[in-house]
Design a binder for this molecule. Structure first.
Ligand code: ADP
Length: 284
């Protein structure tokens, strides 16, 4: 029998006074899947995730994580999920090993402390105070604490904001390892590439609404990914959307210097989807 989804969200809505932060969002995440909620600042990503973590109560709609309503969850449920919040809040005076060991004692079936520190690439810093680490290294401590209890579902809220490209790549490898262990992951990010690198499926959210939901390679639908051929000749600038770009190129007379064939990326699809939504500053 196929396992029930790890996460089921149905018309989930959160209002703060007159502002609707999350507006009727529905999606499911299968067991073992990595799902990205992708959207600009103020889109409603964190609010959605915090409702799934049981930290905020929905105004309407329902959420279920591992078959449980997070708003009514108990300790047993909490020990089956892992949370990496947006901000690091670790006691800076403790060493990496002390913090991880402290968290390990909370969980019934915690991972080995040193193995976990190694998994996040901090073995050589295990004896250092968390406060002395770089931002990227502190984020790794957050992930260590998120996975120490062997969570079945891991929530990662904008895990690489502020990382340099090298630290981001190393972090992606770490998350791929966690996913390979069978952990279901819900990632929020405003980095397109992060979703492309890590997620099986993604939802694009803006203004609290889910605008698209699909496998990362298919999001926006086939039409949105149709190749575009562009070139300039005596007749001016041409742009043709076609499923047969090679045939179009063959039919072009001469050798236009600016000839190009582009396949719209997730970024192109994303930008066209969110183009019609108000940025947060404008809406405020
Ligand atoms: P994201 O994580 O996508 O950046 P958030 O979920 O943090 O977006 O915020 C969604 C919207 O809800 C924003 O307009 C934000 O200002 C608003 N919001 C978030 N938390 C609160 C709150 N506690 N009170 C009032 N408005 C809030």
């Amino acid at each position: 029998m196929e396992q029930a989804p790890a996460v089921v969200v149905d018309r989930l809505t959160k209002r703060y006074g007159a502002r609707t932060a999350v507006d009727g969002v529905s999606f499911e995440i299968a067991r073992g899947e990595t799902f990205a909620l992708l959207g600009p600042n103020g889109a409603g990503k964190s609010t959605t995730v915090e409702m799934l973590e049981g930290f905020r109560t929905p105004t309407s709609g329902t959420a279920s994580v591992l078959g449980v309503d997070p708003a009514r969850a108990d300790r047993a449920w909490r020990s089956r999920i892992g949370v990496v919040l947006q901000t690091t809040g670790q006691a800076g005076a403790l060493t990496v090993r002390e913090v991880v060991a402290h968290f390990a004692r909370i969980f019934p079936d915690a991972r080995d402390v040193d193995e976990t520190i190694e998994a996040v690439g901090l073995t050589e810093h295990a004896g250092r105070r968390v406060a002395k680490l770089s931002g990227g290294q502190q984020r790794r401590v957050d992930v260590a604490l998120g996975i120490i209890g062997r969570p079945e579902v891991l929530f990662l809220d904008e895990p690489t904001t502020g990382f340099d490209p090298q630290a981001r790549r190393a972090f992606w490898d770490l998350i791929r390892g966690v996913a390979a262990d069978g952990t279901t992951i819900l990632l929020t990010t405003h980095y397109l590439e992060e979703a492309e690198q890590l997620a099986d499926r993604a939802g694009i959210i803006a203004g609290g609404r889910l605008l698209a939901l699909d496998a990362v390679a298919r999001i926006g639908g086939a039409a949105a990914r149709t190749p575009i051929v562009r070139w300039t000749d005596a007749g001016g600038r041409h742009e043709v959307r076609t499923d047969e770009p090679a045939a179009v190129v063959r039919a072009i007379a001469g050798e236009p210097a600016d000839l190009e064939v582009v396949r719209p990326s997730l970024e192109d699809v994303y930008l066209s989807l969110i183009a019609d939504t108000e940025p947060e500053e404008a809406a405020a």
